[in-house]
Design a protein around this ligand. Structure first.
Ligand code: UD1
Length: 341
């Protein structure tokens, strides 16, 4: 029996599409809402291959209240919503801040208004470890104080979290889980879906796989003079399939709560930090290829190191990362090879 329809805004994107697969596998009925402004229609064919059926997709801008209302009207009873739709390039957000404020705040406000109107209570929100800035102590727990945001993108995540908290306190009956992702990487093990960055990737792993595939020049490692064991920055790289499963767990968990309005925040990471040089070594070991790279200057705005304390998500949500960085690199590489084929 179906556990009910779940609106997945940004469901054609990298994390959204993997979450659609896990929702379907867990017995939910995902309904994608995406305007394809930063995603590719090819993902729908990949989803159909994995799920064995066509996934419903509404091509709609999530910040457009009239268009999103039509989705709510057409779909009828909706069990909950997972909100991914947002712009996410840190550097671009510095160049065009208003687009970030409009998209990221506008889409959340639109969704919350319609959820209230159509009496949909359960929300899972896609946040980021960027809200912590450069923390004073590691690993970061959910109680670690936020620092001033380094970019308009980071600021939108902080404000969106506040908006959700305010709505829960003021009006209910919203019940929300805020997931603070660390660094999602990898692809579905079937190689039917994965990351499809438009243009030159800003993020490390798609750049590595594209460079190894001959689509880009050598990788530049942004700095090797940080106060970390090997001098390169440290991040908590999490396999996108593990991350997708955290969303399903969140919906299940909300379903088992009472009707009290609430907002709960969870870190979603592996709890282990890996440096850029370790990430490169992991890629080389699973691909059997030497990566061409050089050490360059630090990238403006980069945080030296951050990784998650995962006690809360493990004990309260019952979720734990199952894959390691090598699994994620293997799946990202297989996906890259599939794209080239
Ligand atoms: C950033 C944001 C994160 C956001 C994500 C999505 C921060 C702290 N983090 O993650 O919130 O969700 O982008 O886009 O704002 N690197 C290289 N060479 C490259 C590319 C990256 O050395 O060509 C290094 C970076 O210096 C960094 C690591 O690889 O140390 C990971 O970088 P990246 O994949 O861009 O992610 P973050 O910047 O950590």
């Amino acid at each position: 029996m179906s556990k009910g329809k779940v609106i997945v805004t940004g469901g054609a994107g990298f994390i959204g599409s993997h979450t659609v697969v896990e929702l379907e596998a867990a017995g939910y009925e995902p309904v994608i809402v995406d305007d394809f402004s930063n995603s590719d229609r090819r993902v729908l064919a990949g989803l159909e291959r994995i799920c064995g059926r066509e996934i419903v997709c509404h091509e709609v801008d999530c910040a457009d209240p009239a268009a999103v209302r039509v989705v709510f009207e057409r779909e009828g009873a909706i069990r909950g919503a997972i909100h991914f739709a947002a712009s996410k390039a840190v550097g671009e957000s510095v160049q065009i801040p208003l687009r970030y404020y409009k998209n990221n705040l506008g889409s959340l406000i639109t969704l919350l208004e319609l959820m209230a109107e159509f009496e949909v209570t359960d929300l899972v929100f896609s946040s980021s470890c960027t809200v912590y800035g450069q923390p004073d102590a590691l690993p970061v727990t959910e109680e670690t104080p936020m620092q001033a945001a380094e970019s308009p993108y980071g600021y939108t995540k902080q404000v969106c979290e506040s908006i959700i908290g305010d709505v829960v306190r003021a009006q209910g009956p919203l019940r929300a889980v805020v997931l603070r992702y660390f660094n999602p990487i990898g692809a579905h093990p079937s190689a039917a879906i994965g990351e499809l960055p438009l243009g030159t990737p800003d993020n490390l792993v798609p750049f590595i796989t594209q460079s190894a595939a001959g689509l880009r020049g050598p990788l530049t490692v942004f700095g090797d003079d940080y106060a970390t064991p090997d001098g390169s920055c440290v991040r908590d790289y999490i396999h996108v399939v593990d991350l997708a499963k955290a969303h399903v767990k969140s919906l299940d968990w909300l379903g088992g709560r009472g009707t009290e309005p609430q907002a709960e925040i969870f870190n979603v990471g592996t709890g282990r930090g890996a440096s850029v040089l370790e990430a490169i070594a992991a890629f080389e070991s699973i691909s059997g290829r030497k990566l061409d790279y050089s050490i360059g200057a630090r990238r403006a705005g980069d945080i030296e190191q951050i990784f998650a304390d995962v006690h809360k998500v493990e004990s309260e949500l019952g979720w734990k990362a199952e894959f390691g960085i090598e699994d994620a690199m293997r799946d990202a590489w297989n996906w890259q090879l599939e794209l080239k084929a």
